[in-house]
Design a protein around this ligand. Structure first.
Ligand code: SAM
Ligand code: SF4
Length: 449
């Protein structure tokens, strides 16, 4: 099939792992002639790559599916019929129910089986009813996906090195939708990073639900830690920057902290969720660490890399959370000082232990707590960004900005940086003298070298 003869539009919801998976779905479909479409209108195949981490994801998906159904109906009988697939964690959690509720869906495919998309599409064309594949296959999808050679995706890329989770935090669906923890072998990761480097990637973010629990098989047959993997990946020619996400405090080992001290390619940024500042809530969440242990960890990380920027995830209104326990969360935020953070109202996920607790917190209380927390986090983020004014930071330019000639890049601390007269630098790292800052980005000028 000639390339570009058909178009696929993948709409991504949720986390970076879904962004990675969406790109890989594109890779899996390329041999069938599919090229990316900018929207559903021009697409022969529309894939919704869904997220199930918080409520309303499924509701949102069904409303989008309703609109797609109308589009599909308009194109029925023409020479460009539309097919609709649902992928990701809602597909995994709801399975055949999706096709029962929305007859326009042709295909439901879970996060561990999307490498089979070509075969599933063929089956869907041949039959009348929707094709459902939410297996956790024995062979990893990674072994059957084509190389990552697609051009034009920018100089920063995600690379999944670990998937699934065995930690079973009582609020979380990930262990059910992504399956148990598995690490990819070191050799496969090196191979994928070399492919990325060959297509112009300079910065890679290693992804995993618990990426610092990585323990993939090394070329020597031993289980390698994330620190060892990062050290090895730093030798891949062309790769200038490495990041990793998301880490669990329990898996933050000494060798990884040492990498932050010793490896200049490892960016001074750490996303380390703490969820709650209250030890009682942390125990009820099954997080297996206390607030004091988290703070001690932060101290060690800061000792290793004093300028490191910290980020976190926080949940407010976990069942039974008292005002004093919420205050403990605020206190922990004040004590650490974050460069950025994600904060959420607790959302009961069907099938998780916390969802059936009788002491659910009202939405009104959660909303009020979240507003207070976010005001504090916004102030901290703004303060952190302002502290960069006057510094010269190396910026990797990723894409054009809104204004002509403007380019947008990332600082080592993951801040977005807008620079005029920098469009020719896309794909390169250049020093920027930072002259302005807002809550969400920096501005500055290129320092001539
Ligand atoms: N593995 C990471 C960890 O342990 O910190 C987090 C991965 S999870 C996909 C991303 C974030 O979503 C979590 O850190 C948590 O803050 C949030 N989250 C997960 N389940 C949630 C729920 N039921 N309600 C609200 N937020 C939730
Ligand atoms: Fe979910 Fe992270 Fe807990 Fe695993 S460790 S269950 S992914 S929150």
């Amino acid at each position: 099939m000639p390339p570009g003869s058909k178009k696929v539009f993948v709409k991504t919801y949720g986390c970076q792992m879904n962004v990675y998976d969406s790109e890989r779905m594109g890779d899996a479909l390329r041999p069938l002639g599919y090229a990316p479409a900018d929207g559903p209108e021009g697409a022969d195949l529309v894939i919704l790559n869904t997220c199930h981490i918080r409520e309303r994801a499924a509701d949102k998906m069904y409303s989008v599916l309703g609109r797609l159904r109308e589009m599909k109906a308009e194109r029925a009988g023409t020479d460009r019929p539309m097919r609709i697939a649902v992928a990701g964690c809602v597909a995994q959690a709801e399975g055949a129910e999706i096709a029962r509720r929305e007859a326009a869906v042709d295909l439901v495919v879970g996060p561990q089986s999307y490498h089979r998309l070509p075969e599933l599409l063929a089956r869907s064309r041949a039959g009348d009813s929707a094709v459902i594949d939410t297996d956790f296959p024995v062979t990893s999808k990674f072994d059957s996906l084509p190389a990552r050679t697609a051009k034009g995706q920018g100089p920063a890329a995600f690379l999944t090195v670990q998937e699934g989770c065995d930690k079973f935090c009582t609020f979380c669906v990930v262990p059910y939708t992504r399956g148990s923890e598995a690490s990819r072998p070191v050799a496969r990761i090196i191979e994928e990073l070399e492919q990325l480097s060959a297509r112009g990637v300079r910065e890679v973010t290693l992804l995993g639900q618990n990426v610092n629990a990585y323990h993939g098989e090394g070329p020597d047959g031993a289980a390698w830690s994330l620190a060892r993997l990062i050290a090895r990946l730093s030798d891949v020619p062309g790769i200038a920057r490495i990041r990793y996400m998301t880490s669990h405090p329990r898996d933050m080992r000494d060798d990884l902290i040492e990498q932050h001290a010793d490896n200049q390619k490892l960016m001074p940024f750490l996303h380390l969720p703490f969820q709650s500042g209250s030890d009682r809530v942390l125990a009820a969440m099954n997080r297996k660490h206390t607030a004091a242990e988290y703070l001690a960890l932060i101290e060690r990380v800061r000792k290793a890399r004093p300028e490191i920027a910290l980020s976190t995830d926080i949940i407010v209104g976990f069942p039974g959370e008292t005002e004093a326990e919420f205050e403990a969360t605020m206190e922990l935020v004040r004590e650490v000082g974050y460069a950025q953070a994600y904060s959420f109202k607790y959302s009961p996920r069907p099938g998780t232990p916390a969802a059936s607790r009788p002491d659910q917190i009202s939405d009104e209380i959660m909303t009020a707590r979240l507003a207070r927390l976010q005001a504090l986090l916004t102030a901290q983020q703004t303060q952190f960004n302002r502290s960069c004014i006057g510094q010269t930071l190396p910026v990797l330019f990723e894409k054009p900005g809104k204004k002509p000639g403007q380019a947008i890049g990332r600082s080592p601390y993951l801040q977005a940086v807008h620079v005029d007269a920098a469009a020719h630098l896309i794909g390169q790292i250049a020093p920027v003298a930072v002259s302005s800052a807002t809550m969400s980005s920096l501005g500055g000028v290129i320092v001539s070298r």
